[in-house]
Design a protein around this ligand. Structure first.
Ligand SMILES: Nc1ncnc2c1ncn2[C@@H]1O[C@H](COP(=O)(O)OP(=O)(O)O)[C@@H](O)[C@H]1O
Ligand SMILES: [Mg+2]
Length: 205
């Protein structure tokens, strides 16, 4: 079983959208998926209820996710996806999600504002490493990108120069995603490729 945590510093960074689409993409590729919504705001659980997801989705806004995930997953579960509250607002819960995670996905727009906040996320992952037997793999997923804008390449290079990974797949800014919350997910678009990249992520040497 793989546990994927979707983490960033602030609200509005596409964590919930990323969680929802990645979970559907994992399921579409044949994985038995469980979604855990650790954000007390509960947007993911509401989305799942409203849209009638086939994917089981549970609310678990707690600070001991690392001790709970194994017990909640079924024996057949292949992938657990954890949506998290903003690290800035709910550090305890996010740290426990980071402890639980094999893979951390950091959704981020290629803007100075969001990219400059990434070191706080790397620091949290680093801090949690000390508590884990197995290191976590982490990568940025660029979202809300503008087609043909040079910003995406420039920020990709900056993040990679800092020793961190950015998935090759990017998610464009689209009205369909802006309106997606609460509606059934039918078109996976680039999330399909993003999901296979996420499952292939290995711990960096
Ligand atoms: N690729 C995208 N294109 C356009 N809007 C997006 C995209 N991804 C997310 N959004 C919108 O950005 C806002 C924040 O996304 P959300 O997933 O709720 O972030 P978070 O969970 O980090 O607060 C929402 O209104 C969402 O619909
Ligand atoms: Mg959210």
């Amino acid at each position: 079983m793989r546990t994927v945590a979707v983490v960033n510093l602030k609200g509005g960074s596409s964590k919930t959208t990323t969680t929802a689409y990645l979970a559907h993409a994992f399921a579409a590729s044949g994985s038995d998926v469980l979604v855990i919504d650790s954000d007390p705001q509960g947007s993911t659980v509401r989305w799942s209820d409203a849209a009638g997801w086939d994917i089981p989705t549970v609310a678990l806004p707690v600070k001991n996710l690392h001790t709970r995930v194994q017990g909640i997953a079924r024996p057949t579960t292949d992938v657990v996806v954890i949506d998290t509250p903003p690290l800035l607002e709910n550090a305890g819960t996010v740290y426990s999600a980071l402890r639980a995670a094999d893979v951390v996905v950091v959704p981020c727009a290629p803007t100075s504002h969001e990219v400059e906040a990434l070191p706080d996320v790397w620091a949290a992952i680093e801090e949690v490493q000390a508590l884990r037997n197995v290191p976590t793999a982490a990568a940025v997923l660029f979202t809300r990108t503008i087609a043909n804008a040079s910003s995406t390449g420039i920020y990709r290079e900056a993040i990679e120069e800092g020793g961190h990974r950015v998935l090759a797949t990017t998610i464009p800014r689209r009205e369909a995603y802006a309106q997606a919350l609460g509606a059934p997910i039918r078109e996976l678009g680039p999330y399909e490729a993003a999901a296979s990249e996420v499952l292939a992520l290995e711990v960096q040497a």
